[in-house]
Design a protein around this ligand. Structure first.
Ligand SMILES: [Zn+2]
Length: 267
């Protein structure tokens, strides 16, 4: 025997010694078929564990759907930004076109003035002015071409993004549909198990049931555990031989002194 076991055994005896009126307990369970009660508890625990698992899975489904929708919305924002970018480019293009038009008007005005000037000097000055405005206009035209190219590129990106979003939306809807179906299936399963539980519970002694339910609440939904290879399957500590013997006698509900769960031996 290892030191660890000695220590554990010692602890166990200490806890056991604090348990008073053991005879009362035995008397209490005299009227009950304890072997049957334990079997019922094992069955009840099986149903409850299944119920908790289903409830967890059911809670997760709306969360999964929400995060999928959020992710999709984020991607839609990307498209919106691209579209806003194109709108800004269109505004910029329009401004440039208006400026170009205005300057074309100026050139026309100067050209008509060419026929009215009196001196060569004035004529040359106007010609120079016309040349300057034309140079400006060619810069504006270049800018417009550049903007048009950008708009083209951005529109291509938008088309790609739209197609990609369309595919993602189809996929999202398919996944949502599958999850909704899964949700309905889990709910039906939960209902069925709930019915089984309701049918089982009346056979369990009220006192034992109350004890079981208290442990379930306090011990992460696990109140009844097997002892396998002398170990409690709730906390995995080794049980002293006297606990094993007590379980075999089936005169009392035997609990693990470490994790306070109800123990049973698998047969
Ligand atoms: Zn334990």
């Amino acid at each position: 025997m290892t030191v660890g076991r000695l220590v554990q055994g010692g602890e166990f005896n200490l806890v056991r010694s604090t348990r008073s009126a053991k005879q009362d307990i035995e008397q209490k369970y005299d009227m009950i078929n304890l072997e049957e009660q334990i079997k019922l508890l094992v069955e009840l625990q099986g149903l409850d564990s299944h119920i908790f698992k289903l409830e967890d899975a059911l809670c997760e489904i709306p969360e999964t759907i929400k995060s999928m929708e959020d992710e999709f919305k984020e991607k839609s924002v990307g498209l919106k930004n691209l579209e806003d970018g194109v709108k800004a480019l269109q505004v910029n293009r329009k401004e440039n076109e208006v400026e170009l038009e205005t300057k074309e008007g100026v050139i026309k005005k100067y050209q008509s003035q060419l026929y009215q000037v009196k001196t060569n000097k004035e004529y040359t000055a106007l010609q120079e002015e016309i040349g300057r405005v034309r140079a400006d206009n060619s810069l504006i035209e270049e800018a417009i071409i550049k903007i048009l190219d950008q708009i083209d590129d951005e529109n291509k990106k938008i088309a790609q993004e739209k197609e990609s979003l369309k595919q993602k939306e189809i996929k999202l809807n398919e996944e949502k549909k599958a999850l909704k179906e899964e949700e309905a299936r889990l709910k039906t399963e939960l209902e069925d198990i709930g019915k089984k539980r309701a049918a089982l519970v009346p056979a369990v002694d009220k006192g034992i049931l109350a004890k079981y339910e208290k442990i379930v609440r306090n011990r992460d939904g696990l109140a009844v555990v097997a002892v396998r290879n002398d170990s409690c399957q709730g906390c995995f500590r080794v049980m002293p031989p006297q606990v094993i013997n007590e379980m075999k006698m089936k005169k009392d509900i035997v609990m693990c002194d470490y994790c306070a769960r109800i123990l049973y031996i698998e047969e």
